[in-house]
Design a protein around this ligand. Structure first.
Ligand code: ZN
Length: 132
């Protein structure tokens, strides 16, 4: 439907929030921990899409591994979908590698699932559906 948000891996959340508040001229409107992923998130609203900053809460977090390998930077692009399960089925049937068997609960009141970077030319894709 649209780019819901772009996820950016950061090493120092406090510093990154300051930087993005200056850059975007808008305050961070929400901070939320997703314990299952070992991440702390911070969101900025930009018209009808968002920036999500992600900081690792521990060494096992995918964000910690990402930063170790690649450094800070764009981590994923999230596309909003209306029916996440239907999209997961549609994309697996087309040969996309869907990384979750079931949608899981993500930050910001969303059901989410990820597609392998190999399936999208090096980009980690998140599908997300608003929980109503
Ligand atoms: Zn995300």
């Amino acid at each position: 439907m649209k780019i819901e948000h772009i996820g950016i891996a950061v090493a120092d959340m406090e510093q990154a929030v300051k930087t993005y508040e200056q850059l975007l001229q808008t305050p961070c409107y929400k901070k939320e921990q997703v314990a299952s992923e070992g991440v702390e998130t911070a969101f900025f609203q930009l018209a009808d899409s968002k920036i999500e900053l992600l900081e690792a809460m521990n060494e096992d977090s995918p964000i910690a591994k990402f930063i170790l390998k690649k450094g800070e930077g764009i981590h994923h692009i999230a596309f909003e979908v209306e029916d996440i399960e239907a999209e997961m089925k549609r994309l697996s049937a087309l040969g996309f590698q869907v990384l979750n068997e079931q949608p899981k609960r993500g930050a910001d009141n969303k059901l989410v699932c990820f597609l392998h970077t190999k399936s999208a030319h090096g980009v980690l894709v998140e599908l997300c559906q608003e929980i109503k």
